[in-house]
Design a binder for this molecule. Structure first.
Ligand code: HAM
Length: 433
């Protein structure tokens, strides 16, 4: 008996002290943080709409095959993959580009092109969490399905740049490259198609010794290896391309010229942009916010080819994804603030007899599009006004029996403390002023 009681005591202590924690690499967002997040999400969506892009939505989980088809089975180690109750191989999406292409091939091929789409949503990657690197994070992305032209690619990079500009971010740099240059060089050295992927992934991480080892294993000459490593180190202003010939250099020169004419000058050429994902085929670009340190890449994208892999016709696509969380961190480090506006009006019924009247008033204001809240805790006037101040309400609408006799309420300016009597039927107009 004594042991049972002891065991129950221990279990009780254990569970009361070990609150269930959220999974590693995930975050909760409180009301204030959500207001800031929603504000910047809205800015991004509005900018995309301004550029003629339209929003789409795809599911958070997909068949795992969607991601292993291009990247190989090894990618399962990096994602949240599992079998559902029906035995299907399912995973939480690590990104949205493959989902968009699946959606396009299944349902959207008849839409007029270019098809300019954008999305916002969470992605999941089985990463080692650290500052700016999470297991659940959010991307704002866009994809254009159309023609292989420098105009298309410039329009895509231009949208990413315009969004970042619109958020108020100042310190960021766009680096444009062309994966075709390295792919061609590898192909000439005998490393064709997907066989080049492991090498490109090492070059993407600037892991040169490992990349060189893979190139040696692939039978490449030391001269070819040296040339490839040298190309990844070519960075500088657009004029750095003047000494380079060939269609890829020509192509990114045109993309950059259009971007410069659009007014985006924080632009450089970087032939070392390789991108970690397997599907890129042409222009590739990344955006860094240097103040973020190790996880400074806030956006990445490029032109790619996935449709034929998913059983469709070959179509040309270009897209990007902005790391929403990292962009917010970058804005924070630059001191770009968004102070959420509080409610416009906080309704304070002075006594029980006027509480229903209070709801009549608060509904009238809400119907008129004025944000309004009301005391539901049955607090006294003093405490209600304190609560209104904590909500950053701009005005309090105090409803008392005496005021009601003249069909009026007392309107209190919460910052100046000024009060005035306002007729109930003039209240909405007063706020609209
Ligand atoms: P990505 O470079 O893998 O590209 O991801 C885009 C952005 O998402 C990164 O630049 C980074 O800011 C953010 N990000 C990635 N992983 C994490 C993480 N673990 N925690 C926080 N942020 C992260 C793509 O996903 C491609 N789908 C982009 C694209 C669209 N390419 C063509 N179309």
């Amino acid at each position: 008996m004594c042991w049972t009681l002891l065991a129950m005591f221990i279990i009780d202590r254990y569970f009361s002290r070990h609150m269930i924690q959220r999974p590693r690499g995930t975050r909760d967002f409180g009301p204030e943080e959500m207001e800031v997040r929603k504000h910047f999400e809205e800015i991004m969506c509005q900018e995309a709409l301004l550029h003629g892009f339209r929003e789409i939505y795809t599911p958070i989980f997909e068949h795992t095959e969607l991601f292993t088809l291009k990247s190989g089975p090894g990618v399962v180690e990096e994602i949240y993959a599992f079998q559902d109750k029906g035995g299907r191989e399912i995973c939480l999406r690590p990104e949205l580009t493959a989902s968009v292409m699946r959606f396009f091939l299944g349902d959207l091929t008849n839409l007029p092109r270019p098809l300019k789409m954008f999305y916002f949503g969470q992605c999941f990657r089985y990463e080692r969490p650290q500052a700016g690197r999470y297991r659940e994070f959010f991307q704002f992305g866009a994809e254009v399905i159309g023609n292989p032209t420098p105009e298309t690619d410039a329009e895509v990079i231009g949208l990413a740049a315009a969004i970042l500009e619109r958020t108020g971010l100042k310190d960021y740099r766009i680096r444009v490259g062309h994966i075709g240059i390295l792919r061609e060089m590898l192909a000439e050295a005998g490393v064709q198609g997907d066989a080049a992927l492991p090498i490109l992934q090492k070059l993407d991480k600037k892991a040169y010794p490992e990349a060189e080892e893979l190139m040696v294993q692939a039978g490449m000459s030391s001269d070819a290896i040296h040339q490839i490593v040298e190309v990844t180190k070519v960075t500088g202003p657009v004029s750095i391309l003047d000494s380079r010939e060939g269609p890829a250099a020509d192509y990114i020169r045109q993309v950059c010229e259009i971007l410069l004419s659009m007014g985006f000058s924080n632009l450089s050429v970087d032939l070392g942009v390789v991108r970690g994902l397997a599907y890129y085929t042409g222009m590739v670009f990344e955006v860094d916010a240097p103040k973020l340190g190790a996880e400074k890449q806030i956006c990445g994208g490029g032109s790619y080819s996935l449709s034929e892999l998913f059983g469709g016709e070959k179509v040309f696509s270009t897209g990007f994804a902005i790391g929403f969380d990292r962009t917010l961190l970058a804005l924070q480090t630059e001191g770009v603030e968004f102070v959420p506006p509080g409610v416009t009006a906080y309704v304070v019924p002075v006594s029980d007899s006027v509480r229903t009247k209070g709801f009549e008033v608060v509904s009238m204001l809400r119907r008129a599009g004025i944000s309004a809240d009301i005391d539901i805790m049955r607090r006294g006037v003093g405490k209600s006004l304190k609560h209104a101040a904590s909500l950053k309400a701009r005005y309090s609408v105090i409803i008392g029996e005496k005021e009601l006799e003249s069909e009026s309420v007392t309107l209190r300016n919460m910052s100046s403390g000024e009060q005035s009597l306002v007729k109930m039927d003039e209240l909405v107009a007063r706020f609209k002023e």
